[in-house]
Design a binder for this molecule. Structure first.
Ligand SMILES: [Zn+2]
Length: 463
């Protein structure tokens, strides 16, 4: 049996041309399941021929249309015939790109010989925007090699190599970043004081920030470099992720500012920033907003340090025989720490820590070596927590109250973003090493892909 696919093209003037694309053959009566229906290889050939036929027809019509002089309506003389190659999802197509001599009516004598190439003006890139978008999305979702293999397995696209995927991902990232800088520059300011007051708390955007380490390529000055990841949440707006490698981002604060702008934030509106105690993170938010920022120390990081103190204390209590000098008040102080900090009484927590530490230091001498080590560790953990509290004093709040109001108190959601953005694509287990620039660019596309804003934005970028 044979099947022939013919393409019928009809121009707007009603002219019809028919082109034979492909013929598929099969035994008259099949004997296996594998012989039934279209094969992938046949489909690729069919798509490639269909694409070439459509595309060449469109480009030829475009060239013919622009051959007519816009001023006098006469056909401009042909100078020469050239060809151009265009990469598409359905194969690379070679198209005719004729050059014409500029019409006499528009040609002053000294400019004789000036030519125009309309097709050259149409083909502004070497590939279609759709191919670029698909390659960049795959490059952001998976490794460049895997992405290239997926494309090659399913479509007649060429070239489907990993360099091409990487280049396209980088190119799209640069445009996303430029669009971000533009959005950041277009942020409007709140002028009206009543609007400002209304925005104070109700719909205040919350920025959650966290850092992630990425393995650097050999030869780089450091083994690992940091990417700042986070998300901006605001009631009534879809969550927006952002990520950047500070050393290579052209304007790191502009990327965050663009993310805020995407949430309807205006300059002058207050922003809440939750982070882990690294002072660089709220500083980034401050430079992005150039306005009021309410910093909050992530409850999870604070709670972990309380946990360390509790753990050593539990170890002391569990000693057999129990240390003679273990008084009730020290245990009570340790037990109160968590609730003091949860309820915003960090000064009382520091006093309690001071008492526990000084008691633990005094208790070191008369005890057994096993207990002695634990007493020393308890004093050290208390000192650590105390200095962490003092360093972050301005970012400590009444967590209980905020939590009861249903507002976020932790960057745990930002850590989820780190996993989605960085670990799933740049994870150490994948044995991938990155240049800061390469990682930064992939992160731009990946954040846009995960947010679901990539397709729409990519179309705008291509326009
Ligand atoms: Zn003319």
């Amino acid at each position: 049996m044979q099947w022939t696919v013919r393409l019928e093209a009809r121009t707007s003037a009603g002219e019809v041309t028919t082109t034979e694309l492909v013929t598929f053959s099969r035994p008259g009566v099949v004997s296996t399941l594998a012989e039934i229906g279209l094969m992938l290889a046949e489909t690729k050939t069919l798509l490639a021929k269909l694409q070439a036929s459509m595309l060449c027809g469109q480009v030829a019509a475009y060239a013919a249309h622009h051959r007519v002089c816009a001023a006098c309506g006469v056909l401009q003389p042909l100078k020469d015939r050239r060809t151009r190659r265009l990469q598409t999802l359905f194969g690379t197509v070679e198209v005719e790109a004729p050059r014409f001599k500029v019409c006499r009516c528009r040609q002053p004598v000294p400019l004789a010989g000036v030519t125009v190439s309309p097709v050259g003006r149409l083909l502004t890139a070497r590939c279609t925007p759709e191919l670029e978008r698909v390659q960049a999305e795959l490059g952001a979702r998976t490794s460049f090699r895997d992405g290239a293999r997926i494309l090659e397995a399913l479509l007649p696209v060429s070239p489907a190599n990993h360099e091409s995927l990487r280049n396209r991902t980088h190119a799209v990232a640069l445009r996303l970043e430029a669009a971000g800088r533009q959005a950041a520059a277009e942020v409007t300011a709140v002028r009206d004081d009543t609007a400002k007051a209304a925005a104070v708390d109700a719909g205040r955007p919350v920025v959650m920030l966290d850092g992630a380490y990425i393995r650097a390529v050999p030869g780089h000055q450091v083994r690992n470099f940091e990417a700042v990841c986070g998300k901006v949440e605001r009631e009534g707006h879809p969550t927006r992720r952002f990520a950047l490698v500070r050393s290579v981002a052209e304007q790191p604060h502009a990327l965050l500012r663009a993310a805020l702008q995407g949430q309807g934030w205006r300059e002058g509106d207050a922003v809440t920033a939750i982070s882990d105690g690294d002072p660089a993170l709220p500083a980034l938010v401050r430079s992005a907003t150039a306005g009021p920022v309410e910093p909050i120390l992530d409850w999870f990081h604070l709670s972990m340090r309380v946990h360390h103190v509790e753990q050593v204390m539990r170890g002391l209590c569990a000693l057999e025989p129990p240390p003679l000098v273990l008084p009730d008040h020290a245990q009570i102080d340790v037990e109160r720490l968590r609730s003091l900090l949860w309820n915003g009484h960090h000064e009382k927590a520091c006093e309690a820590l001071g008492r526990i530490a000084s008691w633990a230091k005094d208790a070191v001498m008369p005890n057994e070596p096993a207990a002695e080590a634990k007493f020393r560790r308890l004093a050290a953990r208390c000192a650590e927590l105390r200095s962490y509290i003092e360093t972050n004093e301005g970012a400590l709040i009444d967590y209980g109250q905020r939590s009861r109001a249903g507002k976020p108190i932790s960057t745990s959601r930002a850590e989820g973003t780190v996993n989605q953005l960085v670990n799933a694509r740049m994870n150490k287990r994948r044995q991938m090493r990155w240049s800061p620039r390469g990682a930064h660019r992939v992160l731009q596309v990946r954040a846009a892909v995960l947010d679901g804003r990539f397709r729409q934005q990519a179309i705008q970028l291509a326009a």
